[in-house]
Write a protein of this length. Structure first.
Ligand SMILES: [Zn+2]
Length: 179
């Protein structure tokens, strides 16, 4: 049973020797996915997007750890990619992490964060009578900050689960909401 449950992870690792290393033996792979079955779909999408992002690039990508932490996906990686390909790979991972925050890790249905001791993202059926963590208004907005040629760029965006993409939010509107 345990072996069966791991099957999709083995298949994923085998399907993406360009992302997982060392290639060949799934049991030896550094970033063997350590997440629940409900996140299978979002991980498969992430891997397909990362491959598309790095396909035309001469650099390398390496997943270093894939796990759940504080209720959401953590996908760690390092690369020798061009800045363009690296930012596209990062976008794919941001999407997967955002999706994990609203997807039940057990079954893949719409979920939310539940608390009581430790944090998990679950649908109501799999919450096991634990209490939902209330999200304060504005806190569902993801803020992304980086620098482009020494200029600091800040983008605010919200994850749209239906469309599986980010929607830009006007940072000034967000600032007004906060005060
Ligand atoms: Zn569920």
């Amino acid at each position: 049973m345990a072996r069966l449950k791991r099957e999709w992870r083995v298949a994923l690792v085998r399907a993406y020797p360009d992302l997982f290393h060392p290639a060949g033996d799934p049991a030896a792979v550094q970033a063997f996915p350590d997440v629940g079955d409900g996140w299978r779909d979002l991980l498969e999408r992430a891997c397909a997007r990362i491959r598309a992002a790095i396909l035309a690039d001469s650099g390398t990508f390496r997943a270093t750890q894939i796990k759940e932490k504080y209720g959401t996906l953590r996908f760690y990686w390092d690369s020798g990619l061009s800045p363009m390909a690296a930012s596209r790979a990062e976008e794919a991972i941001d999407l997967a992490e955002a999706r994990s925050a609203c997807t039940c890790e057990v079954c893949g249905e719409v979920g939310q964060l539940y608390g009581d001791g430790w944090l998990t993202t679950r649908c109501m059926a799999h919450a096991e009578k634990r209490s939902p963590v209330e999200v304060r208004p504005g806190f569902e907005i993801l803020i992304k900050e980086w620098s482009v040629r020494d200029r600091r760029v800040i983008r605010c965006r919200r994850y749209d689960r239906e469309a599986d993409r980010f929607i830009e939010v006007d940072p000034t509107a967000f600032a007004n909401e906060e005060t």
